[in-house]
Ligand binder design. Structure first.
Ligand code: GLA
Length: 388
């Protein structure tokens, strides 16, 4: 696994004139189903993937964090004696700096360090590079400087707080949870209202999951994300006045149709309620190896995200459409926040080559981007790697 990282070890040496003391890895995540409901108390089904972010670290004698990334030029140097605040000019480094601020706020040890990140997770692709760098930084700094590493669930919650409060994106818990808690060849059925969770083995037999990268950056995603969240809060307050429910995902379709007349708010609520049910139906389909049913649920999820939740877009719709029209595909949908980024498809293995060729061709015909296709390997959550 570390062959591709050996040049990064050398680069660390050149950059910092010393060897790295340790290497850590945090995966990205896909979400099989249950989109845009982790901030509505719904159930979601994410999994950690083999693409992700490495970080190499060595301690410093002074109180500085010196951050580099092989993916973005420029060094960000920060003196830990100073107050840590969000600063636009720090770009990607705001994520590790936000984690440093949160560690300090939690009274956990924080020392100066040289850190080099390397990601093979396409940034802004909806595979959760931001949650990955947050969880990676927390886990690494605590492992290196703390007496023990917090429970993984607690790390996920702390990193969600960094994203909500330091970065200003009001995301749910799904991404950080999947990255901290992921398990090889399993998806996590997570109840986001209680954090109760169960690992669902992904026995896909003759099928495989293929990530569909639109290569369109997720512009608008953050502002529209916060707007969707507010619309769901309005929906819940309307429904709870009439029915007493406290969780939007528990509202029935007939309750929504009866008590919400405003068309946009009604559509948002309909998505939350039906998507939650699709998660439960997907688990049942996976348990009984009913891949046709799983594929249909992916298609229905996409339709709901497109029409009711309105978080898709031309590129995501085009790539999903190309996938479902291609050989061997049982279903496909957009994943993550939307407005660009990635989709996910379920494909019969024997058609993989034809499928990929056809998706690339159809997608190129309807957009100005080139599709990226990655068969998806489900891996473990954040961990320390060995240096040799
Ligand atoms: C982003 C957020 C998650 C989740 C998804 C949509 O990835 O970080 O919390 O809300 O969008 O399901």
């Amino acid at each position: 696994m570390l062959n591709d990282i050996s040049s990064t070890i050398d680069l660390f040496q050149q950059l910092y004139s010393e060897s790295a003391r340790a290497i850590y890895f945090a995966p990205g995540r896909v979400n099989l189903i249950g989109e845009h409901i982790d901030y509505n108390g719904g159930k979601v089904l994410p999994a950690a993937i083999s693409l992700g972010i490495y970080a190499l670290i060595s301690p410093r004698q002074d109180r500085k964090l010196v951050l580099n990334s092989l993916n973005v030029p420029g060094t960000v140097e920060f003196n830990l004696e100073n107050e840590i605040v969000y600063d636009k000019k720090n770009l990607w480094a705001n994520y590790p700096l936000g984690v440093a601020a949160a560690l300090r706020q939690a009274n956990l040890p924080l020392e100066g360090a040289n850190i080099l990140f390397q990601s093979n997770l396409p940034h802004g692709s909806g595979l959760s590079s931001s949650a990955a760098i947050e969880v990676l930084t927390w886990f690494m700094l605590q492992s290196e400087f703390g007496s023990s590493v917090d429970e993984r669930e607690k790390i996920a919650l702390q990193c969600q707080k960094v994203e909500n409060e330091f970065i200003g994106v009001h995301c749910g818990i799904m991404d950080q949870f999947a990255i901290a808690m992921g398990k090889k060849d399993s998806a996590i059925l997570l109840d986001t209202s209680t954090l109760e969770h169960e690992y669902i083995p992904l026995e896909l037999n003759n099928y495989c999951l293929v990530i569909l990268n639109t290569n369109k950056k997720r512009t608008l995603a953050d502002s529209k994300y916060n707007e969707r969240r507010e619309q769901c809060e309005i929906a819940l307050s309307l429904l709870s006045k009439k029915t007493g429910i406290q969780n939007l995902c528990e509202a029935t379709v007939s309750q929504i149709e009866k008590y919400i007349s405003e068309p946009v708010i009604r559509k948002r609520a309909l998505h939350a309620s039906t998507e939650n049910q699709r998660v439960l139906d997907t688990c049942a389909a996976l348990r009984s190896h009913d891949f046709i049913a799983f594929g249909n649920l992916l298609n229905e999820s996409h339709r709901s995200l497109k029409e009711n939740y309105e978080v898709s877009g031309h590129e995501l719709d085009s790539i999903v459409d190309a996938a479902v029209k291609s050989p061997g595909c049982l279903g496909a949908r957009m994943i993550g926040a939307g407005f660009g980024g990635c989709g996910l498809s379920l494909v019969e293995k024997q058609y993989l080559d034809d499928f990929s060729r056809n998706v690339k061709k159809l997608y190129a015909e309807s957009t100005e981007y080139k599709a990226g296709l990655y068969p998806c390997t489900i891996s473990d959550g954040v961990h320390k790697s060995t240096l040799v």
